[in-house]
Design a protein around this ligand. Structure first.
Ligand SMILES: *Cc1c(COP(=O)(O)O)cnc(C)c1O
Length: 430
């Protein structure tokens, strides 16, 4: 198998002495090398910037690492904006790409000086009412409708998606925004998710570049940046070839030279808002086998559950599993690997060929670095796990402690029963 965990059994045996399973662990070295490769791939574009999609992995320690590599932050909520401010991002370090946006979030984004990306035509008036003006720099999200097709078939269905403006609305929006004082414009589109093909960004770029030329010509609006947003995928399957960011960057460059440069728009900055590509492969969920069950199928019960990683339960997503210390053992067994939720979809793997698992074995669930911990919830009263950082020097840093019952009960603090709960927590020393 090609997928290799970035920690060994020996390392995990050491780590669990301080931090018990389950935990998400992130690989600082991998994050940094990948971020450098992204910047290298787009180094032909002077204004290039990756705005890391904070929702994928909203941890300020990881955000600091990305910021050091030059990344800004793409936020979609007030708390994500607050995290960005906390790591000293400000002004145009922040893109605010939200939808169905509450007024107070627009106000806060404006207060931080973030670039606001309008999801809808009606948000022009809503924003102006909320903050009393239209910012000089403004972006609009585009939805071309229909289906998004590439050579290997239909990738996604923008016509069914709630995001963005129609083409007509976009032209109208630019005219109105310009009249209201906007001076630097951006366009943004997110048309397909987890694309594991080097074609996606170049193709999206081609469409947006042509649109940008038309918009600038027809409305006179000065297009300063084009935001290709997220959607660049990672290979979750063990034998699946991944994206090559250098090839992707080159593909976008070709479209740039073909469409924007001849139109006199060679000064346009390219922005990206990748989440998954920046982080997914550099995170893993480490969990311990605590039960085995033999009924109509063979089950391995682990100490993590869908609360720690929801993608398999929510989308049936495949996450590769390595049994640590048994990397080269033959795959003699077929297991369902389950968590403890009272939900039959709480399975990290279904009928997966794995080596024989003994109680106490550690399982490394791959590619949980994006949309992993972040999607967690507290169903069944389960508490969310810790997050650890494996640093370049091999040491391990706690970057978010595990939740305790105190966190879980905190929002009952207005109830008389909270006093009783507090006593119980004291008794249990939690
Ligand atoms: C989710 C999201 C992203 C990141 O998507 P990935 O698939 O993780 O790259 C970027 N921009 C916006 C607006 C998003 O909603």
């Amino acid at each position: 198998m090609m997928k290799k965990p970035f920690v060994t059994k020996e390392q995990v045996d050491e780590i669990v002495k301080t931090y018990p399973t389950p935990f998400h662990i992130y690989d600082e070295k991998g994050i940094i090398e990948n971020a450098k490769a992204v910047y290298e791939a787009f180094s032909w574009n002077e204004g290039f910037r990756e705005y890391f999609a904070v929702k994928a992995t909203p941890n300020p320690r990881l955000m600091e690492i990305l910021k050091e590599q030059g990344c800004g932050f793409d936020c979609s909520s007030k708390t994500e904006l607050m995290l960005s401010k906390a790591v000293d991002a400000s002004g145009e370090d922040i893109m605010f790409s939200s939808n169905d946006t509450p007024a107070e979030e627009f106000a806060y984004a404006d207060k931080l000086g973030a670039i606001i990306n309008l999801d809808d035509f009606t948000h022009i008036e809503f924003l102006e009412k909320t903050i009393g003006k239209i910012p000089e720099t403004i972006s609009c999200r585009y939805n071309p409708g229909g289906v998004f097709e590439m050579s290997n078939g239909i990738m996604d269905n923008p016509g069914d998606s709630k995001y963005g403006m129609t083409k007509d609305q976009l032209f109208e929006a630019f005219k109105i925004l310009k009249e209201k004082g906007a001076k630097r414009f951006g366009i943004h589109a997110f048309l397909a998710s987890n694309t594991v093909t080097n074609e996606y960004y170049p193709m999206l770029a081609g469409q947006l570049f042509e649109l940008a030329v038309e918009l600038q010509n027809k409305t006179g609006a000065k297009i300063a940046f084009i935001n290709l947003s997220g959607g660049v995928g990672v290979p979750y399957l063990p034998d699946q070839p991944g994206n090559d960011i250098a090839v992707i960057g080159k593909g976008v460059h070709e479209q740039f030279d073909k469409i924007l440069v001849p139109a006199g728009m060679g000064d346009v900055s390219i922005f990206t808002e990748m989440g998954r590509f920046m982080m997914a492969p550099y995170g893993g969920l480490v969990t311990k086998a605590i039960h085995e069950k033999h009924i109509y199928k063979e089950y391995i019960g682990v100490d993590a559950c869908a609360v720690d990683l929801m993608r398999p339960a929510m989308y049936g997503s495949y996450h590769h599993i390595t049994v640590l210390g048994k990397e080269n053992a033959p795959l003699t067994e077929v297991y369902d690997v389950t968590g403890s939720l009272c939900e039959n979809n709480d399975k990290f793997a279904i009928e997966r060929s794995l080596p024989r698992i003994d109680m106490g074995d550690y399982l490394f669930i791959h590619d949980t670095g994006a949309h992993g911990y972040a999607m967690g919830y507290n169903y069944n009263g389960k508490l969310k796990s810790a997050e650890l950082l494996l640093k370049r020097d091999g040491s391990v840093e706690l970057i978010r402690r595990a939740e305790t019952p105190r966190d879980y009960f905190a929002t009952f603090d207005s109830l008389p029963v909270f006093e009783k709960l507090s006593e119980i927590m004291d008794e249990e020393s939690v």
